[in-house]
Design a protein around this ligand. Structure first.
Ligand code: WQD
Length: 330
């Protein structure tokens, strides 16, 4: 019996691979190494293939049969919102086409358990602050659309051939569980701030005129270790038949503003670095926090870490290597 993890060399995937290995599971990683690297997966076997290519279906089917795979955790996908608006067909090809190949292979190999890396992006701009899973979903970019379509594909395979699946809708993943597993893409607020500081540039806050306590956007930042743990709980729930729903939010239920993130980094770094406030970024909801009661109820999930832990771990990982920190000048 083994677990096949697609995108296991990436940011969240590598954390899940390491946790699975720590509890003694046999792990096979499928990754095209376009953003991740083989050094992140320990001694897990690596199958290097892009899921959206023609050859992927056969390679996946053979691997699942050869390795006696009983469950799949699917991370491999493109995840840049802005890029998805510029290149929608690429996003549909990779995220929807790749998943179609994976599901066809699972059907042929008789693999019936699956965890899918979904996103709060499926909600778009919900008109509630604390978002429960069953609000109407109106994604506002192709990235979010591909995640919602992915959920539909798994649901339909459940009806057609008994696939048991759980979509985990991530809120704002941040931090690092092990210092060598930093997010290599660094496209979100925390790594963007740290990278700008390293480059001697001033971090930019996108708008301080929102209807929130300090005027900046509020998000539900969840430590990547908590997020990774949620996958193990979801795998257990699938295996024990305790996954009652097809989709679960993974968040903390607590919001933090951009200014709170900035202040947290100032405290940890010991610098009162300047920031620049720019205009709002298009498509940013002012307040987006998970109602995470469903995953708590069904799977006993409870986040262990808060914003300070997230920022400290991100800071520690970012200090490694040859990067030299400079104080930004305006
Ligand atoms: C967080 C906050 C920005 C950069 C995105 C995806 C979502 C999910 C997580 C994966 C916002 C502000 C940011 C900066 C800033 N991805 N910000 N200055 O947009 O909440 O969510 O990542 O599934 O689907 O949409 O995350 O990290 O880009 O922004 O002020 O330089 O930080 O406006 O309020 P976001 P983010």
């Amino acid at each position: 019996m083994s677990v096949l993890v697609t995108g296991g060399a990436g940011y969240i995937g590598a954390h899940v691979v390491r946790l699975l290995q720590e509890r003694g599971e046999e792990v096979i990683v499928v990754d095209d190494l376009s953003t991740g690297s083989a050094s992140r997966i320990g001694d897990a076997e690596l199958v290097e293939v892009d899921l959206a290519t023609d050859e992927a279906y056969r390679i996946l089917t053979d691997t699942m049969i050869d390795k006696d795979v009983d469950a799949v955790i699917h991370f491999a996908a493109k995840k840049q919102v802005g890029e998805s608006v510029q290149r929608p067909a690429t996003y549909y090809h990779q995220n929807v086409g790749g998943l179609a190949n994976l599901l066809r292979a699972m059907y042929d190999a008789g693999v019936k358990e699956m965890i899918f890396s979904s996103s709060a992006a499926v909600y778009g701009l919900p008109d509630v602050d604390m978002v429960p899973e069953d609000v109407e979903k109106h994604p506002i970019n192709p990235y979010g659309e591909t995640k919602l379509i992915g959920e539909w594909m798994m649901r339909d395979c459940g009806v057609a051939w008994g696939l048991k699946s759980v979509a985990l809708r991530y809120f704002n993943a941040a931090g690092t569980g092990w210092t060598d597993l930093e997010d290599p893409a660094a496209l979100n607020l925390v790594p963007i701030i740290l990278n700008r500081l390293h480059a001697g540039k001033t971090p930019v806050v996108f708008g301080d005129d929102y209807d929130t306590a300090d005027g900046t956007c509020v998000r539900d930042y969840i430590h990547v270790m908590d997020l990774a743990n949620a996958h193990l709980l979801a795998l257990d729930a699938l295996r024990n038949g305790n996954a009652k729903h097809g989709a679960y939010n993974v968040g903390t239920g607590t919001g933090s503003s951009v200014f709170e993130v900035v202040d947290g980094i100032r405290e940890i770094s010991g610098w009162d670095f300047p920031i620049e406030v720019s205009a709002r970024r298009e498509g940013d909801p002012g307040y987006l926090v998970a109602d995470s009661s469903r995953i708590k109820e069904d799977m006993g999930f409870q986040a262990q870490f808060g914003l300070a832990d997230i920022l400290q771990s991100a800071w520690d990982a970012n200090q490694l290597g040859s990067k030299k920190v400079q104080v930004p000048t305006k």
